[in-house]
Design a protein around this ligand. Structure first.
Ligand SMILES: Nc1nc2c(ncn2[C@@H]2O[C@H](COP(=O)(O)OP(=O)(O)OP(=O)(O)O)[C@@H](O)[C@H]2O)c(=O)[nH]1
Ligand SMILES: [Mg+2]
Length: 391
């Protein structure tokens, strides 16, 4: 599957930059392309120049709203982010239109954090605009949810997140939910290391995008998972997970056939990788709520057998009994087996509901604060009424 990836704001831009890196990796290691164009859109000029893999130049690193913000961001006001995106939408669309192999692109992936200002405000507005122009290509949103400590220290975090999620869900074909906090728990030493987190966020997409683009006969699957399968799966609230397990090379001995013990240990490895993928989904959710899902096994072709495929299929059926499950295999070299899982069309996501509930109680509070401020400002203005002005 080939994507045009556009990152909005600082977080979105950095993650789009990671996708650009994955494409370089796919090109050099596998001779294939998975990203036809990578773009970063921001109101902040310094953030744009800090990127590494996205092409330099204004066509790929797109500064918007410079008249309004002077190139310094919108300071968490996502209404302003949305307004600027509306005004400068053509700038972004013109750039995307110049993507070299645009006609080969299967879908758009737009990325942003929910809690900031620029990305949070711009992502839904731009999704809407792109959908109007390219009716035949799905537009997916990938939304990064804030760390827990950000929710407790700043009310605006919750409010921005809720408005961003509601708006994105109403326009995007699917919304990938990625919870920053999940990546902190995995390994506390990386706390604060956003670059590492970003690479963990994008890693599950790698084999998933490569599988259908593979051209070398020895890596072609017995059941290919292609763009069509992925597009059919992605609808509404979506999470992604990834797990891997090492396969000891000792089992590649040529001098005897593989016995049932080896076969069952392959199955165990597969189950172990799938366990990891499910327990480390990008956002905590209940798989039972998923109505569409898919899984991809990547392993050396010798390790991939019917028992393994069946065992993973049974596993998915057990945890997501109401889901339409698609699957594929992706033969790779060397001693690694990994499993990527997508759960989509989720009918309930507790975390999203909680953002909506908390934000609803905040709105009257914000209104009251604004009124209090207005009253105080009025009082100080009244006190100055007999003072001459210099203007
Ligand atoms: N995973 C991840 N999260 C990030 C990164 N940078 C910022 N965030 C998160 O994104 C939120 C802040 O949003 P930003 O993307 O910095 O904001 P912005 O869209 O640039 O908007 P303004 O700066 O307000 O104009 C916070 O929840 C951060 O924790 C990143 O590189 N990776
Ligand atoms: Mg910013």
């Amino acid at each position: 599957m080939k994507l045009v990836v556009v990152g909005f704001g600082q977080c979105g831009g950095r993650i789009a930059d990671e996708f650009a890196r994955l494409n370089k990796k796919a090109r050099s290691q596998r001779g294939i392309e998975i990203v036809t164009g990578a773009y970063a859109v921001n109101t902040d000029a310094a953030d744009l120049s800090g990127l590494t893999n996205i092409k330099k130049g204004y066509q790929n690193r797109i500064l918007i709203g410079s008249r309004k913000t002077g190139g310094h961001g919108v300071g968490k006001i996502n209404e302003l982010g949305a307004e600027i995106a509306r005004e400068d939408a053509d700038k972004v669309i013109d750039a995307i239109r110049t993507t070299k192999r645009f006609f080969e692109t299967d879908a758009f992936l737009f990325v942003a954090s929910a809690a900031g200002g620029t990305g949070s405000g711009a992502i839904s507005v731009m999704t809407q605009q792109i959908k109007e122009r390219y009716v035949d290509k799905p537009v997916y949103n990938c939304i990064i949810l804030p760390f827990e400590h950000e929710e407790t220290t700043e009310d605006r975090t919750i409010y921005n997140t809720a408005t961003c999620l509601k708006s994105s869900y109403s326009v995007a074909d699917a919304v990938f939910l990625i919870d920053n906090q999940r990546y902190v728990r995995k390994d506390s030493s990386i706390k604060g290391n956003l670059a590492k987190i970003n690479s963990m966020i994008t890693e599950p997409f790698y084999n998933m995008l490569c599988a259908g683009e593979e051209k070398k006969p020895k890596y072609i699957a017995s059941k290919v998972l292609d763009a069509g399968d992925i597009i059919q799966t992605l609808i509404g609230w979506t999470v992604i997970g990834y797990g891997k397990s090492e396969i000891p090379l000792i089992r590649f001995r040529r001098d005897r056939g593989r016995d049932f013990r080896e076969k069952s240990s392959e199955t165990m490895k597969g189950i172990q990788a799938m366990d990891e993928a499910i327990s480390e989904l990008s956002l905590k959710c209940n798989p039972i709520d998923s109505k569409r899902s898919l899984y991809l096994i990547s392993a050396p072709s010798k390790e991939m057998n019917m028992d393994l495929v069946k065992a993973l299929g049974d596993y998915m059926r057990d945890i997501a009994p109401e889901s339409l499950i698609r699957n594929g295999d992706y033969p790779r070299e060397r001693g690694m087996l990994d499993v990527t899982v997508i759960l989509s069309e989720l009918s309930d996501v507790a975390k999203v509901r909680s953002y909506y509930a908390k934000s609803t109680t905040l709105i009257p509070e914000f209104k009251k604060r604004q009124e209090d401020t207005d009253i105080k400002l009025k009082a100080i203005e009244d006190a100055s009424k007999d003072i001459p002005s210099l203007l």
